[in-house]
Structure formats: structure tokens, C-alpha cells
Design a protein around this ligand. Structure first.
Ligand code: CTP
Length: 401
């Protein structure tokens, strides 16, 4: 992904600039062409020479230094950029960008570029939480700039809280995602559901399942990497939201149904990787139930089958379902594809080692509406996400032909 891409790394004044040195080194090693642009404050933390050595390119600190008389540096670099990443982004630089101020090389370049812009804020926790900083970041989000949430922990100023710049590895992954591939998914509206749902019984108890959400999150990330606009509707998981994806957190099957349904008309593709609970308690108690009798029977009723509903109300949308089976994979998966009016179904035998819930790998067979069937060997869920989306794109091509 990074080979021959031009990335402008903007460095503003903050101690986290030392981490940016590691990032620039990784990006250069991955084959990207890096131009580092520093604010004056940034040069107090790390010298331009450090970045010059790591990027093997000149470092820009001053708008009016023009080493090449045939070019205007800030415009030339702004035009060449495939991506602009500002790391660390100080409160001051964020404020300037929110106000459209162009008083140094970095802010001028950001105004001039047509490339996507991402910012990794880093500052003291109280500064980060200040309403003016929050408001400025909100404004930048409205320009479709990508704000990368800082981590929480020990800050160089001595405070403990939110404000640590994202780690170089995370930023590398983000850059990779943002430099998306141009495929048939580019610009498509994709909904991915992921994780389990939780069906409450009383304020402290619920019914759920072992789904980790890993498959759905990997699909959301891969679809985003291919240029789709992705909404990830997710039940409770321990996973971090993929960068560049709109994430909607839900708890119950009912909430998932509402969240999907609200967006269904605008969607081009819906991928239902979630392990939606099939039953919910008939009675949900407002208060915690005390233990009394030795046994407790709970009456359950069916939840709404979201995918079936989507299949029944389908217009041009492409529907991808999942089938977790423990026997007769072919028969059950194919009948689910028909019954729910799907375009693709991803079936896995949950009794196979390395497949199914709460593991990092999966072993899937993909069935398509036009009768194709492909069995894939065991692979990481990231790799399986690629297999599924390749199948999906091939199916879309056949459908259009
Ligand atoms: N699904 C859904 N809404 C539900 C239940 C399931 O949208 N209330 C979706 C899942 O996201 C998945 C597919 O339907 O894509 C799974 O189909 P389902 O009929 O639930 O199959 P299983 O869970 O495997 O259960 P069974 O074999 O008992 O039908």
C-alpha cells in the first residue's frame, strides 16, 4: 500500500514529536516518500536533521525558504501528497486549522492540499478536554479530517489522563487504511454488523453468546481500505473501533434492527456478520431478581430476524449473511441463502478447529446467489475479510455484466 505513495507528515510543537520520528522511519522503510513539515515549536523538541535523515528528504520549516526556484514549495508538496498526517497535532495547530489560519508552512500547506488530512492530537489532558479544543476538533471533523483519538495514561507533563498521541504502529495502520485501494467498493455505502447482542433479563443479567466481533471488525476495516463508506453497527465487544469507520454501538437485537433499518435505504451493501441473539426474555425485570427457588425458568421469545427483514425489503442492495453450522453445512447454508433472499452467504463449520467464535482465524465457504461455491483454507480473520470482499466484488461484476 505504501510503496511510492507521498505522505506529508506535519509535526507541531509537542513532546510526542519524538514518537513521530519512529513513525517516519517505519513509513520510509515501507517504501513511502515522506516529506516532513515542522512548525517552529516542533523544532524545539526534535531537530529537522533527525527527520531529514529518517525521511531522506529535505525538511520544511519555513514557507519562504524556496530551495527550487521553479516551484513554490508549499503548493508543490500539497499537490504531490496522497495524504497529510499531522502528528503530533497541538492545540494551537488544531485551532489555527479550525480558523483557516495560514501563518506557517504546515497550516498553509493543509489549506492548499486536496489530499485527505489526518491529525493525531497530543496534549495535556485538561487542554484536550477544554471546550475550545473540543469545538475546534469538531469543526475539523466536519471538514472530513480524520481525528485520531489520543490514548489515556501517563502524560509527560505529570498528569494522568487522555492526551497521549496514538502510537506509531497505530498511525502506520491508519495511514495504510487511508491510502485505500481503488476497487469497485470505492464510494459504496456499506453497513457491517458485528459482535454479539445482549438481551437483558434484569438490570444485572443478560443472554448473549461468544461472538468476539473480530470477523465483522475485520470486514469493516477491509471495506474501508477499499474506499467504501462504512458504518459498523456493533454489539458489545472488547475491540477498538476501526479507524475511518462510523461506529454505532448497540446492545440488543432490537437496537441493532433499528440501527440497520434506519440506514438501509441508503446502503449499497449490508454484511451481517453479527451473531444476533435468536431469542430474548419475554419479561425484562426493572429490578434485580432475588434468588428464591432452586430453579428458575425464563420464558424466551424470538427476536426479529434482521437479515430476513432486509431480504424481504431488498431493492438494489446486496446482502451478505453468515451461517454458523455444526452439520450439513451445504444444505443449511444454501437454504438460508434462499430463505433470507441473500446474494452471498459465508458459511463456517463451528466444530472445525480454527473456525467460528472468539478465535483469530476462520475457515469459510462462500455461496453466491448465482450458484458459485468456494471453500477457502484456514486463514486469519483479516485474510478471510479479503476473501469475502473479493467474492463480493466478483459477484457485483457478474451481476452488472
Ligand atoms: N441474523 C439476523 N437477525 C437475527 C438472527 C440472525 O440478522 N435475529 C443474521 C445473522 O447476522 C447472520 C444470519 O442471520 O448473518 C444467521 O442466520 P440464522 O438463521 O440466525 O442462522 P443461525 O444463527 O446459524 O441459526 P439457525 O441455524 O438456528 O437458523
Amino acid at each position: 500500500m505504501l510503496k511510492n505513495k507521498t505522505i506529508v507528515v506535519g509535526v507541531s510543537g509537542g513532546i510526542a514529536a519524538f514518537k513521530t520520528a519512529a513513525l517516519v522511519s517505519k513509513l520510509t522503510q515501507a517504501g513511502a516518500n515522506i516529506y516532513v513539515v515542522m512548525t517552529e515549536a516542533a523544532t524545539k523538541f526534535v531537530t529537522p536533521l533527525t527527520f531529514q535523515a529518517l525521511s531522506r528528504n529535505p525538511v520544511y520549516t519555513d514557507t519562504f525558504t524556496e530551495p527550487d526556484a521553479t516551484k513554490i514549495a508549499h503548493i508543490d508538496i500539497a499537490d504531490q501528497a496522497d495524504l497529510v498526517l499531522i502528528a503530533p497535532a497541538s492545540a494551537n495547530t488544531i485551532a489555527k486549522l479550525a480558523a483557516g489560519i495560514a501563518d506557517n508552512m504546515l497550516t498553509t500547506l493543509v489549506l492548499a492540499t486536496k489530499a485527505p488530512v489526518a491529525l493525531a492530537p497530543a496534549m495535556n489532558v485538561n487542554m484536550y478536554e477544554h471546550p475550545s479544543v473540543q469545538e475546534n476538533m469538531e469543526k475539523l471533523r466536519s471538514y472530513h479530517y480524520q481525528l485520531i483519538e489520543p490514548g489515556a495514561g501517563y502524560l509527560a507533563c505529570g498528569w494522568v489522563g487522555k492526551g497521549r498521541m496514538a502510537e506509531p504502529e497505530q498511525l502506520l495502520e491508519l495511514v495504510d487504511t487511508l491510502l485505500e485501494e481503488a476497487t469497485d467498493l470505492r464510494g459504496k455505502q456499506v453497513i457491517v454488523t458485528a459482535g454479539p447482542t445482549r438481551e437483558p433479563l434484569d438490570p444485572v443479567r443478560f443472554f448473549s453468546n461468544y461472538s468476539s466481533g473480530k470477523m465483522g471488525y475485520a470486514l469493516a476495516q477491509e471495506a474501508r481500505r477499499r474506499g467504501a463508506h462504512v458504518t459498523l453497527i456493533t454489539g458489545p465487544t472488547a475491540l477498538e473501533a476501526p479507524v475511518g469507520v462510523e461506529t454505532v454501538a448497540v446492545q440488543t437485537a432490537e437496537e441493532m434492527y433499528n440501527a440497520v433499518n434506519k440506514r438501509y435505504q441508503q446502503a449499497d451493501i449490508v454484511i451481517k456478520a453479527a451473531a444476533v441473539a435468536d431469542y430474548q426474555p419475554v419479561d425484562v425485570f426493572a429490578h434485580k431478581q432475588k434468588k428464591n427457588a432452586d430453579e428458575w425458568s425464563v420464558a424466551l421469545e424470538r427476536t426479529k430476524d434482521i437479515l430476513r427483514f432486509l431480504g424481504e425489503h431488498k431493492k438494489e442492495q446486496i446482502l451478505v449473511g453468515f451461517a454458523a453450522e455444526s452439520e450439513q453445512l451445504h444444505t443449511y447454508a444454501k437454504s438460508k441463502l434462499e430463505r433470507k433472499n441473500l446474494d452471498l452467504i459465508v458459511a463456517n463449520n463451528i466444530t472445525t478447529e480454527g473456525a467460528g467464535f472468539d478465535v483469530d482465524t476462520n475457515v469459510v465457504t462462500v455461496f453466491t446467489r448465482d450458484g458459485q461455491e468456494t471453500a477457502y483454507p484456514q486463514a486469519s480473520k483479516q485474510e478471510v475479510a479479503k476473501q469475502i470482499l473479493n467474492e463480493l466484488e466478483a459477484y457485483m461484476k457478474r451481476r452488472e455484466a
